[in-house]
Design a protein around this ligand. Structure first.
Ligand SMILES: [Zn+2]
Ligand SMILES: [Zn+2]
Length: 174
């Protein structure tokens, strides 16, 4: 077992056969910066790397919690995420073709001392995010006229027939 703060496989230390890594890294290490949700909890991951000759088969599991606001009522929502990462790393002495077009199969030069798994974890977490964040599937949202949280209480706006723009808009959407 080997603990690290950064999600790197060190080729100089890896042993033939099974290697196990545990990572507990701050979200900054994963570089979620441009994401549309907030990542401010650590990423916990376990990785098994099976090394033979010039090939390393990596299987990892990771979890963290992302945060955002419900798109309907704007309440903060926690999104626990659990992902799997599978990568085959091929080490070569020859020239490297830049783009294999496959993120799960990477070719790296023998000259490289370490391989950073963080981009694989980042991508897996981002893919796992729902396209629409809701506090619950049946969130009633905010009243578009008076702004009350309709999950908490009701308002009279919808009974107020002909009360301007919202009704006109609703008719348009019908
Ligand atoms: Zn909501
Ligand atoms: Zn209202």
């Amino acid at each position: 077992m080997y603990n690290s703060k950064i999600m790197k496989i060190d080729f100089r230390e890896i042993e033939s056969g099974k290697n196990r890594y545990e990572f507990n890294v701050e979200p900054e290490e994963i570089d979620f910066e441009n994401s549309w949700v907030d990542f401010n909890e650590n990423v916990i991951a376990t990785v098994e790397a099976v090394s033979s000759n010039d090939e390393i088969i990596v299987r990892g599991k990771g979890r963290t919690v992302a945060k955002s606001d419900c798109v309907r009522c704007l309440k903060p929502v926690k999104l626990p995420l659990e992902i799997n990462v599978n990568v085959v790393i091929h080490r070569t002495e020859g020239p490297i073709e830049k783009d294999t077009g496959d993120d799960d199969f990477v070719v790296v030069s023998q000259a490289e001392g370490v391989y950073d798994l963080a981009p694989h974890f980042r991508e897996a977490f981002l893919i796992e995010l729902p396209t629409k964040i809701l506090c619950s599937d049946n969130c009633k949202g905010l009243c578009p006229s008076c702004g009350v949280d309709l999950n908490v209480r009701t308002c009279d706006c919808s009974n107020n027939k002909g009360s301007g723009t919202w009704d006109a808009l609703r008719d348009l959407l019908r």
